[in-house]
Design a binder for this molecule. Structure first.
Ligand code: HEM
Ligand code: FES
Length: 355
């Protein structure tokens, strides 16, 4: 099976998200470049190219800060969830703004040097052994390279091609990019007079990003401990771990084998979970491979249908199959291995559908 490339599928939410983002970025750049200098009390105004370079650099840094805060904020309060949606476009835009910053830098940096600009950028200062005077540009280059790789691999194609674990591990490098940018800015600031407002902003960003991750990390560790205790006590009562919510694709089933002749199909559909026996009442067809429609499963062999919540065939048919009780602890699915009498109604587990 091969992975196919699909263009970005746009919908109204994505368009609104991107439009708001673009307007905010344009507003920030406009205020920084056009309005800001009017309030500056200096005899020699900053050169336009340097101003633009700083505007794009600080904009990319602030965007990176927001991106890293969205995850923990959404975990702390569900009202931040809409920000999580389409966060990948946010990342791509950040990489573009950072690239514009680097482009402006290369527009004037070493412009009057006899050496090639790129060579001069990498070779003019190689004092990596000192803090004051450290070639801070190196951290900028590293950050930009990471951001570009992450932007280039942000499409769903790469998620399917690399597989979720590798893709997620790769995209954790966003933290390395952030660390590089902080070092880039901090070590750069040590070499010049620096802007105290921006220095305070960078410090605030570091405190915010690390503080939010610390708080959510502790919260999750506490919740995990609670979940482990709940799981252990359910297992003591005879429940079995059937797998993780993420393992099951929407409108599909995971089939759990309890014994040689007893298999249970756990279905995920419409933000709910239900479990029924895997054996069709007609000729033992594998229900776990059937199609879910309107809360009913259709057997893949001869098309018998059963309601997933009670295992009953829709009227006028009268076939009934066994149902099973489920529990969801965190994202772990637990199954009561005792089959209920055929046709017994079990309330589906609701998980909200945004896993
Ligand atoms: C090829 C990569 C990069 C190069 C060569 C580079 C170079 C520079 C240079 C030379 C400065 C100091 C400018 C000055 O004298 O005021 C600077 C400042 C800065 N850079 Fe970069 N940079 C790069 C990538 C990045 C990236 C990826 C980000 C953010 C995501 C970034 C954010 C900043 C910020 C916030 C400042 C400070 C602006 C200010 O002082 O207001 N840079 N960069
Ligand atoms: S085995 Fe299921 S419909 Fe025949």
């Amino acid at each position: 099976m091969s992975v196919q490339y699909m263009p970005v599928i746009w919908n109204r939410n994505k368009i609104v998200y991107d439009a708001v983002l673009l307007i905010a970025v344009a507003l920030y750049l406009y205020v920084y470049i056009r309005v800001g200098p009017a309030f500056e009390d200096v005899t020699r105004p900053i050169d336009g190219a340097i101003l633009r370079m700083r505007a794009f650099g600080s904009c990319a840094f602030l965007m990176l800060t927001v991106i890293l805060c969205i995850g923990p904020l959404a975990r702390l309060d569900r009202r931040f969830l809409p920000l999580l949606y389409n966060r990948r476009h946010f990342g791509v835009m950040t990489a573009v703004i950072a690239a514009v910053h680097a482009n402006y830098v290369l527009g004037w940096y070493f412009n009057f040097s006899p050496t090639d600009q790129y060579v001069a950028l990498l070779s003019s200062n190689t004092n990596y052994g000192q803090i004051l005077g450290f070639p801070f540009e190196a951290f900028g280059i590293a950050a930009l390279l990471i951001l570009l790789v992450l932007a280039a691999t942000s499409h769903d194609f790469w998620l399917s091609f690399l597989g979720a674990p590798i893709w997620k591990a790769l995209h954790m490098f966003i933290y390395a990019a952030y660390a590089c940018v902080v070092l880039h800015v901090a070590l750069g600031a040590l070499q010049g007079p620096g802007d105290p407002i921006f220095t305070a902003l960078v410090a605030a960003s570091v405190v915010l990003v690390s503080g939010l991750h610390f708080v959510t990390g502790r919260m999750e560790a506490k919740r995990d401990r609670g979940e482990q205790t709940a799981q252990a006590s359910l297992q003591e009562q005879g429940w079995v771990i059937a797998g993780d919510l993420d393992e099951i694709d929407d409108t599909c089933a995971k089939v759990v084998t309890l014994s040689d002749d007893e298999r249970v199909a756990i279905f995920k559909y419409d933000g709910k979970l239900s479990a029924i026996t895997n054996a069709c009442a007609h000729q033992n067809g594998p229900l776990g491979e059937g199609k879910v429609l309107w809360g009913c499963i259709t057997c893949p062999w001869h098309g018998y249908q059963y309601n997933l919540a009670d295992g009953r065939a829709p009227a006028p048919f009268t076939e009934k199959i066994s149902t099973y009780r489920l529990k969801l602890v965190g994202s772990t699915i637990l199954l009561d291995p005792n089959a209920l009498p055929p046709g017994t109604h079990v309330n589906p587990i609701e998980f909200g559908g945004d896993s």
